[in-house]
Every structure is written in C-alpha cells, then in structure tokens.
Write a protein that binds this ligand. Sequence first.
Ligand SMILES: [Zn+2]
Length: 370
Amino acid sequence: MRYASFFERLVETEIPHPEVLSVYYTVPLDPAEFDGVLPRVEHLVRQAAADSGSRITLADLRDTLAATRDWLGRGVAMFVAGANGLFERLKLPAPVDDTAMVGTRPYVRPLIAIGHRCPRYGIAVVDEAHAWIWPDDEPAEITAVTDEALRKPNYAGWYGLSEYGVRSRAEGLRIRHYRRAAAEIRRFMRREGLDLLVLCGHDYEIPVFMEELPVDMRSKVSGVVAVDPRTLNPANMKPRTDPVIARRIAEYDENLAAAVVSDAATEKNAVTGLARCLAAVNARAVGTLLLDDGIRIRGAVCRGCGNLLEAGERACPDCDADVRAVPDVLEEAAVAVLRSRGKVVPLPSGLLDGGPVAARLRMPIAVFAH
Ligand SMILES: [Zn+2]
C-alpha cells in the first residue's frame, strides 16, 4: 500500500503521556476557501480535546496548516505529540472527512480507508508497435517499449511474399511485440510492487493483447479503457483510469462483505456484531477485520491485559483491572488486528447487514467463544 513503512511506524506508536493529536482535513479546490479550513479544524480539535479531558490545542500548528494551502483538493493527515516530538504531516491522494482525535496513538482509520480506496496501480497503454507503462501517481516515470520492425509503415510489404505470407509474418511480428510488451509490464509491476493494472488501447486490440498476457498478469487487470494511443497524454489518463479501479474495489468489497456475513450466519469461521468481534480480536483470532467506514463506537481498553471492551464496562471481566475509555473502539480493534499481522478492510456504509463490524477468523469460533 501507499506509505507502507510510514504506516507501520504509526500503527506501532503508543504514547501514554502526553496524548497524540490526529487531524485530518481536505484543502478546498478553490484557494479562496482555504481561510475557512483553520477555524473548522480548530473547532474539531477543541471538541476532541474536551472529549478526552486533554489540553492539547492547535496552537503551534497554524503555520504548518497554512503551508498546505497549495495542496488543492487533497486530503491532509497530521499527527502531533508535543513532548514526544512525534510530528508527521502527510499529503493524501484523495479528499478525507474532517476529523480530529486525541488518544494515546495516532488515529489511523482514515489512513487505512484511503489506502484501501486509493491503491497505487499501473497504467499500461498498448498498440501494435508500442507499449507505455507508468505508476498512476507518477506519469513522468514512464517505461516505453517500441518495436522498430513494426514502426516502419511498410512492414507488411516485403517484395515477393504471397499475401498470406505477408499477413502471417505481420501477425507473427505483432504477437512477438505483444509478448515483449507483456513481459515488460510484468517486470514493471513486480519492480513497483503493484497488484492492479488498467489496460488502455484501441478496443479491437486489447482482447488480442490480453491473450498474450501471462495468466498471473491477467488476474491483475482491473479493467480496460479505450483510447487512441496516438493522442495519448499520460498526465491526463488518471481521471479515466481511477473509476476503473474504484469499480474493482467496490466489487471486491461487496463480495467480501457478502461472503463473511453469510459465513457468520452459519458460524463458519466468521462473526458479526461488536461483542463477538471484540472477543475474536482479544483472542488474536481475526484474520480479516471488516469495518463500516461510517461508524465510530465508544468503548474501553483494559489497562491490565489490553482487552477491548464495550462502553460501560468498569473493570475487565478477564483480569479485573481498570479500564480506559476510548472514543472509537473500532480503531483499537483495527490496530490490534494489524499488529497481529491481520488485515483490515474498511467498507462503505451498509454492506455488513446494518452492523458496524464483522470478522473472518483464523481459527474455529469454538476456540475462543464463551
Ligand atoms: Zn484485562
């Protein structure tokens, strides 16, 4: 995912005192509206601080915030912990909802959601004599493949060959070019560590090219976009390829949610509902945690064993220690799952049968269910 090592560091960060302030906002597309951002964010920070009984403020951050003025239309994430010195500012690939949270850790749910919704992917444009490949966020980093034999305008016209011979030779050259292009695309995807690819070209050529793609590459193709490669401008392709990736992710989300909800209904290594999911997280039994991205739930964390509990618990049922209230127990669950090398998938609202959370388990329910 984007910012993998940065993200790993954030997930591992834990600061008992003082608190960490996490702020997310989006820079307006219209620069004239930027002056409205500061009061809005300040209001959210005051609320979050009051909520957690903290004195943390935006005081020293106004300049830092103002320096993001040119990031038009982009989301911004900031993490601040005064005494500890933790200070990170990140330009995000898409807008985010305004959020401010105070806690003992950076609040990472919005970052997980952005990473899931906006993965880095490859864009490849192929025609019968060329191929161009680049990462979606770096159109300048383009790799080009050109077949010199095919570029000559009269390549099919060798003197003395029968028409059949000319055609089959031309066909052979084209197939050779497609295979070379496919091999180059595969090398590029591996080098960049990319799992998704959007294929662009003439609509009559793409299916023929797909035939020459190795099977492991075909499964990475998220969709195709019809373009005329002669009028290609890599810098302008992203608005056309992003919706292809968005559709692929929406499909993945729906299938995953439906499968986990149905497995949970028959108790097949999956659970739904907050209580059962927290029990599964506490038992380190979750392989994949599915979260409704629009829902936050107050809860508690045991100061003794670290178990996650529903709001209202005054002492831990397992070790009897005191508990600490948290503004979003789903955030705590997400981090616990990531720390135990599980996966977290944030979903659009409503996919989990009205519930806030579901989990695919690494082990049978009987192992941890009471
Ligand atoms: Zn406990």
